[in-house]
Design a protein around this ligand. Structure first.
Ligand SMILES: [Zn+2]
Ligand SMILES: [Zn+2]
Length: 343
């Protein structure tokens, strides 16, 4: 099959002879991929810096396509269905899986890692429980964007947003914009989005028009938040970019007894201000990926026109140009929010 392939560290190429995955288990669904987004984790994998996306590999997990074959025990899908993949599943047996926390199962499988051929290949085989129907009126490209946005949906619905909530999002990449467009479904009274890129802030504004955007390279985020909240700080701050200065900044803009929500990729050994954490009685909550319900909620919001992903994709390439696409995602000769592959 055709695939974007990481042959070795810093070697991305197109191949048309990658092994096509086959149905093996009775609940397997085989999907012909139509669109697959390139994630930050692919850039890490490309540089050999991802813990479990290790070349040689067919990576990719932000995908939508058509069902082309189903195993004998598949119930809810048939050939021709348009679908999205929730690209992970738990072992089904451990304490976490039995308590509905399969996204933190120690033995979970992630698409495009650990021998599971990913969605940068033309075909993917995946268990039925990871497959979600894509509404007819939604495009495959919108379908492929559900995965990055689902990170935000999972965080937002778990911390709870009401019309009384004020929130700040640090980082206006795909994860931060996902936080914003999910949070706004609950009509919070204030959304502040901070980044150091005007391009990303403009994108954030297009998809979340009511947000106040702050370029924290030029303006003080702390001052802006203070002015907008009567000196108190926001109820919740979402960390969609993770390093030590942004953690410190998040703690400075969050009100006492407020919440810092972290789902950025964070490196080991980053310092954390435990003194403020205790003095301000902050709640520090982290999230790892998402669950099926998040895909369903986003599908519904998109189908009802309550969410708009039209401004998300910045570059599109046929899979044959995987090398060029990876160069764009990695070196960014022009501003990038999401690079999208087409099959
Ligand atoms: Zn991703
Ligand atoms: Zn498990």
């Amino acid at each position: 099959m055709r695939a974007g392939y990481f042959e070795a560290v810093r070697v991305a190429c197109f191949r048309n002879d990658c092994p096509e995955p086959q149905i093996e288990k009775p609940d397997d669904v085989k999907i012909r991929i139509r669109n697959c987004g390139i994630c930050g984790s692919e850039v890490h994998a490309y540089h050999g810096k991802h813990p479990f996306r290790i070349p040689p590999i067919v990576s990719g997990h932000e995908a939508a396509g058509d069902v082309v074959e189903v195993g004998p025990e598949v119930k809810d899908f048939r050939v021709g269905d348009r679908v999205v993949i929730e690209p992970h599943y738990g072992c089904g047996k451990c304490w976490y899986c039995r308590h509905g926390l399969y996204n933190v199962c120690p033995d979970k499988k992630v698409l495009g890692a650990g021998g599971w051929s990913g969605a940068l290949g033309e075909y993917v085989v995946t268990p039925e429980k990871t497959v979600v129907h894509l509404a007819d009126k939604l495009s495959y490209e919108e379908g492929a964007l559900i995965e990055p946005v689902a990170n935000g949906m999972y965080a937002v619905r778990n911390v709870g947003i009401t019309p009384e909530t004020s929130l700040c999002i640090i980082g206006a990449g795909p994860i931060g914009i996902g936080d914003a467009i999910c949070a706004r479904l609950w009509n919070p009274k204030l959304i502040v989005i901070a980044d150091i890129s005007d391009f990303n802030l403009e994108k954030a504004k297009l998809m979340c028009p009511e947000a106040v955007t702050v370029n924290s390279r030029r303006e003080s985020l702390e001052e802006t938040v203070r002015e907008l909240t009567g000196g108190v700080g926001v109820d919740k701050t979402f960390l969609a970019f993770g390093d030590e200065p942004t953690i410190t900044q998040a703690m400075a803009v969050t009100r006492r007894a407020g919440q810092v929500v972290q789902h950025a990729m964070m490196e080991d050994g980053i310092g954390f201000c435990y003194r403020l954490h205790q003095q301000h009685e902050l709640d520090f909550k982290a999230f790892n990926m998402y669950q099926r319900k998040d895909f369903e909620l986003i599908c519904r919001a998109l189908a009802k026109g309550k969410m708009n992903l039209n401004h998300f994709v910045t570059q599109r390439y046929p899979i044959e140009q995987f090398e060029e696409a990876m160069h764009m995602a990695d070196k960014r000769p022009e501003p990038v929010l999401k690079v999208m592959m087409e099959f």
